[in-house]
Write a protein that binds this ligand. Structure first.
Ligand code: CA
Length: 218
């Protein structure tokens, strides 16, 4: 799941990238509010981890622009200033959640999973489709009670398709949400992952929508 981290502090940014990678996310990181704004206009992310105090454009101003532009991207604010005013302003500007620095990386990962899930319209933490079961907190997939061994990319692709079950995901959306910048991605990588998922989970699970992308029926 591809995340954008916007944090100007170098040490915290590095720690966020490392911690979120370890939690199974694909994080990219920028250190400037204006760069973040151009980046979110051009690309898709599963969620945004947004510091408030940033050079050139504050986190709150970036968030207001994002919501004014109609973006529904889940946003978690990071703030060092634990004044209620900051938190209220952030939530009123369209943030989905917040954490006060210093914070626990496990808590950040859990909060991100929650806002991504809620943003996709799911309340339950476990995603189910027939006898298929995916547990995002533990990265476990079960089919008919048996655990299924998936690669990191296969798991991430299945997770994205289950989150939006019943809706077609375009190739571009899937690729943008699966990979970090600089990942070497073969042009047929997505087809290969779909092929492997069908082999492991049944040919009927993922439907190809010709010329558009893929979907798992609701
Ligand atoms: Ca800052």
């Amino acid at each position: 799941m591809h995340l954008l981290i916007v944090e100007d502090d170098r040490l915290l940014g590095q720690a966020l990238v490392a911690g979120l990678e370890q939690a199974g996310f694909q994080p990219d990181w920028v250190r400037d509010g204006l760069v973040a704004w151009t980046t979110v206009q051009a690309e898709q992310f599963s969620a945004l981890v947004l510091d408030i105090g940033l050079p050139r454009l504050s986190g709150l101003d970036l968030l207001r622009r994002l919501r004014q532009a109609g973006s529904a991207m889940p946003v978690l604010l990071l703030t060092a200033r634990d004044t209620p005013q900051d938190i209220i302003a952030g939530l009123n500007a369209g943030a989905d959640d917040y954490l006060i620095k210093p914070f626990d990386m496990g808590e950040l990962a859990a909060r991100l999973r929650a806002i991504v899930r809620r943003g996709a319209g799911h309340a339950a933490p476990i995603l189910k489709q027939g006898d298929l079961y995916l547990d995002p907190a533990n990265r476990i997939v079960m089919r008919a009670g048996e655990s299924v061994d998936l690669s990191v990319r296969e798991y991430d692709l299945l997770h994205l398709l289950l989150l939006s079950a019943g809706k077609v995901k375009t190739r571009a959306q899937l690729e943008a949400q699966l990979y970090c910048w600089g990942d070497a991605v073969e042009s047929n990588a997505l087809e290969v992952h779909v092929h492997h998922l069908r082999r492991k989970l049944g040919a009927e699970l993922i439907r190809t929508v010709r010329g558009v992308g893929y979907m798992i029926p609701a």
